[in-house]
Design a protein. Structure first.
Length: 278
């Protein structure tokens, strides 16, 4: 019988993120960062550099002139945006689909980018850091990637269960694995040394009764529900999870704010998917 401890050991064997990504994440909230040193390190990673420059020149940022070097990107965009870009590029390239699997990698990343976009938009209204919220939203379903790519047979059974019972993904995972992707994702976020608030947001985004309000975890919980509701993943059988009255009351979002969040999220989603989702 597979246990969460087995999965945790598998997580420990996953590759580490590039050093420059770890440094960028570790510096969240810090002042006095030597941006040129980090830019130099980033420039050494050709894959990350190419994707970061492509994103920096996308309509998402609307730069008046073309950005041609990482040093220029850091100077023009600032460290908050660079951290978001580099983390997004690195994480989306860390997992490969299993041959013959029904797991839809493109749909997975579409939902992840949609949740990141919703979290970013929500953060502004909830007085949180939009950059950190974007990263947490992008990473919130990391555990799904671990289960689908490292345990494909068991994940297929969970998918069969979900379709047969017309239930939420985490319920099917609980039935087959005995645990769900949120806890696994929290373990991976810890392995990759993400900040504590991001680890908690990943681990608790399906446990609203345990969420502090207002908190990053609550924002990601809401963003996940909004992203499912907007149906941006493109999956025909997507289900939007309910949001408890407790969370609605804590967020205190009016209709006008929700419509603003929806509109901004859809615009951000379209821009980023052109580059992050192949």
């Amino acid at each position: 019988m597979l246990t969460q401890e087995d999965v945790a050991r598998k997580v420990q064997n996953l590759p580490s993120l590039p050093d420059v990504v770890c440094e960028l994440l570790a510096c969240i909230g810090q002042e006095g960062l030597d941006t040129q040193v980090l830019a130099g390190k980033l420039a050494l990673d050709q894959s990350l550099s190419a994707k970061t420059l492509r994103l920096a020149n996308s309509s998402f940022y609307g730069m008046p002139t073309r950005v041609t070097t990482i040093q220029q990107a850091v100077a023009v965009l600032g460290m908050h945006n660079i951290r978001t870009l580099v983390t997004a590029c690195s994480v989306t390239g860390s997992f490969q689909a299993v041959a013959g699997s029904r797991f839809d990698m493109a749909a997975f990343w579409r939902h992840s980018v949609a949740t990141a976009a919703c979290a970013r938009a929500l953060a502004r209204h909830l007085r949180q850091n939009p950059d950190t919220a974007f990263i947490a939203g992008l990473l919130h379903d990391l555990g799904t990637l671990v289960l689908a790519t490292r345990y494909p047979a068991e994940y297929e059974r969970a998918e069969d269960y979900r379709l047969e019972h017309d239930c939420y993904q985490q319920e099917a995972e609980q039935a087959v694995f005995g645990f769900d992707h949120a806890g696994v994702g929290g373990a991976l976020a810890a392995h990759w040394q993400f900040p504590q608030q991001i680890q908690r947001a990943v681990a608790c985004h399906h446990r609203p009764l345990e969420l502090d309000a207002p908190s990053l975890a609550m924002t990601v919980h809401l963003a996940n529900a909004f992203a499912h509701g907007l149906d941006l993943s493109g999956r025909e059988d997507d289900l939007a999870p309910p949001v408890t009255q407790q969370v609605w009351d804590a967020a205190a979002l009016g209709k006008a704010v929700c419509l603003d969040v929806f509109g901004e999220s859809e615009r951000t989603f379209r821009d980023l998917c052109q580059i992050l989702v192949n």
